[in-house]
Write a protein that binds this ligand. Sequence first.
Ligand code: DGL
Length: 267
Amino acid sequence: MSRSILVFDSGVGGLSILTEMQKLLPQHHYHYLFDHARLPYGELDEQVLIDGCVALILPVAQRIKADIVVIACNSASTLVLPALRAVLAIPVVGVVPAIKPAAHISASKHIGLLATPGTIKRHYTHQLIAEYASDCRVELFGSSELVLLAEQKCAGLPVSSQRIEQLLAPIRQTTIDVLVLGCTHFPMLKEEIAGVLGDGVTLLDSGEAVARRVQQLLLDDVSIDTDDMSAADAYYTGTITDGLTHLLHTKGFGTIKKLTANGQLDI
Ligand code: DGL
């Protein structure tokens, strides 16, 4: 049975989660909502982030009659889940940095977390590390510039490999063997990041884990083998470039609509 799934992020990052969900659960109708007006989320004040997310997500979830909401953004998930669950009667799934599997597979027990400055400083993240990686040395790296570079790449604009190399220089100086991509934007730069860090560092993200969690909650225990693209619509706040509109079309989004900060159609 086809369900209505709302996937949310500040920008293009959540598409890395949506792609995994479409692979595993192609039969559903996906609604991709992104808050471009307030990106980057990693720099926002915590209460401003929470209030803005609730104000935007709630009316959209109601309008599309969502069966489930996926917060495909680490910076938001580490904060807004309780507030959203308090106002929505449907499951709300968040994305958690892949600290647990990283600690598990690390041979050197020296791992890194690359995320937004917001995620890096959250109590939630530190608890996650204490709970699942207490046997590891964990290095934390925060960057909003990489978020903007991922946006740039997805809009079809050139991205400076030299700048990425500079931003990742502190990571290269360590001896970590696993790096958690704790921001959903960063899988968009996976090739570039792998190119800089080399084969000695395994990159881990949470896309597949979130897709499996959604599958469990929807009780769809068999994935359907089909070549059909699932139905998908996109909604955004702020402005988007022609390049990004083009990307959304090539990814199969039918409707692409601009919304106000309160989730109303901006016409
Ligand atoms: N994609 C988001 C995350 O996973 C947020 C990026 C941002 O807006 O700072 O953290």
